[in-house]
Design a protein around this ligand. Structure first.
Ligand code: HEC
Ligand code: HEC
Ligand code: HEC
Ligand code: HEC
Length: 268
């Protein structure tokens, strides 16, 4: 048990551990219903000890989208809110930086990344959406944090300490970075591939350009498929040559074995 867990979560986690049941998430590529991004399913079967409230009508999309009265991008200082219903993160993040980076990062949360951080910021409750009573509740179901800020106390969650310095760069123009990389010399050359390359092992044939926001910008959604449609299985082969599911998913567009995800974009 990590020592800096909030006391309330520690108690809840202990209770949950005693009642843990086998998880039955849908397979990679199986779509959003029943995936970890189906908050109703998460409410029913999560073992993280969080109090998550299902939607009163068990709608799946509603935690993120709504057909009416969605958040207005202009009023919320955001560039991309596709009929968005989930309370937005109020945090700003320092971008990734390094001596060898060619990419030029403006707002790191440009495009869908801000939407991801609306749940993965560790502050906004994951069950918060426009008609959910818990949004305004001051009693039980309102989460004050989420699993991502508590799971790994040593390294922190994605975007820990309001900084993306420990996270793969996002929020830059891929095409420009690729061109700068082509012109770079020696060790600075990172082997960034053409955006027309398809993700290795992705049967749907998803190409890098398909997952760049507006065809250019690298975001969280350039590696992760939030709707779990084009995500791929992650398998491992043991010493006897038996191939089995690794048990990890992560919604990524290319298999993790052999780091096919990374090698899709980096010629290393
Ligand atoms: C966990 C949050 C979440 C849920 C639940 C969710 N979406 Fe999305 N949706 C997103 C995000 C984030 C984006 C932006 C992703 C991107 O640009 O790749 C998006 C984008 C979209 C888009 C526009 C761009 C695209 O990728 O097609 C459509 C249409 C869409 N969602 C439909 C749906 C429908 C229909 C459902 C329910 C069956 C659903 N979504 C459930 C988060 C969600
Ligand atoms: C409505 C809230 C919500 C939004 C919006 C959201 N997520 Fe999630 N995400 C969750 C929850 C809940 C889980 C399950 C947590 C767990 O299993 O520990 C999760 C899990 C994940 C996982 C881990 C999956 C696994 O197999 O362990 C990844 C990766 C992820 N989300 C990426 C994203 C990205 C990228 C976006 C934006 C494109 C996004 N999420 C938007 C709530 C959200
Ligand atoms: C370059 C690809 C890439 C980008 C961009 C990316 N991720 Fe990931 N992410 C991964 C991979 C791969 C994993 C699986 C864990 C691993 O291999 O270490 C992962 C794991 C995760 C997890 C699971 C828990 C954890 O911390 O390991 C979450 C949540 C997550 N990512 C969210 C995000 C969010 C939010 C963004 C944008 C701010 C983002 N990712 C951007 C590749 C990426
Ligand atoms: C969708 C394409 C894409 C995927 C997938 C991807 N990367 Fe990257 N990565 C890039 C681009 C583009 C850059 C920016 C390179 C630059 O501008 O110098 C980058 C930057 C990096 C950097 C920082 C380099 C520096 O100079 O600081 C590292 C390290 C890296 N990636 C490793 C990985 C690893 C490991 C994976 C797999 C988990 C991965 N990448 C997956 C496109 C990708």
């Amino acid at each position: 048990m990590k020592k800096n867990f909030l006391a309330a979560f520690t108690i809840a986690a202990v209770v949950a551990a005693g009642t843990a049941t086998a998880l039955a998430w849908t397979a990679p590529g199986g779509g959003i219903t029943g995936s970890r991004h189906d908050i109703n399913a998460y409410a029913k079967q999560n073992t993280d000890g969080l109090t998550v409230q299902a939607d009163s009508q068990e709608r799946v999309c509603a935690f993120c989208h709504t057909p009416h009265h969605a958040y207005d991008p202009a009023a919320n200082n955001a560039d991309y809110l596709p009929l968005w219903s989930h309370e937005l993160t109020k945090k700003n993040y320092a971008p990734y930086a390094s001596d060898s980076l060619q990419a030029s990062i403006g707002d790191p949360l440009i495009g869908p990344s801000r939407l991801c951080m609306s749940c993965h910021d560790g502050v906004v409750a994951i069950d918060t959406h426009y008609t959910n009573a818990s949004e305004t509740s001051t009693t039980a179901a309102q989460l004050t944090g989420d699993i991502f800020s508590q799971k790994d106390s040593e390294h922190g969650a994605v975007g820990a300490n309001d900084s993306l310095i420990s996270d793969h760069p996002i929020g830059f123009n891929y095409i420009d970075a690729k061109t700068a990389d082509k012109n770079a010399g020696g060790k600075l050359k990172q082997g960034i591939r053409e955006e027309t390359a398809t993700f290795m092992g992705n049967v749907a044939g998803v190409a890098i350009k398909d997952v760049l926001h507006l065809g250019t910008t690298m975001t969280c959604a350039s590696c992760h498929d939030v709707h779990n449609k084009d995500n791929v299985a992650s398998t491992v082969t043991d010493a006897s040559g038996t191939t089995k599911d690794s048990g990890m998913n992560y919604f990524v567009y290319a298999p993790q074995n052999g780091s096919q995800l990374c090698l899709t974009c980096h010629d290393k």
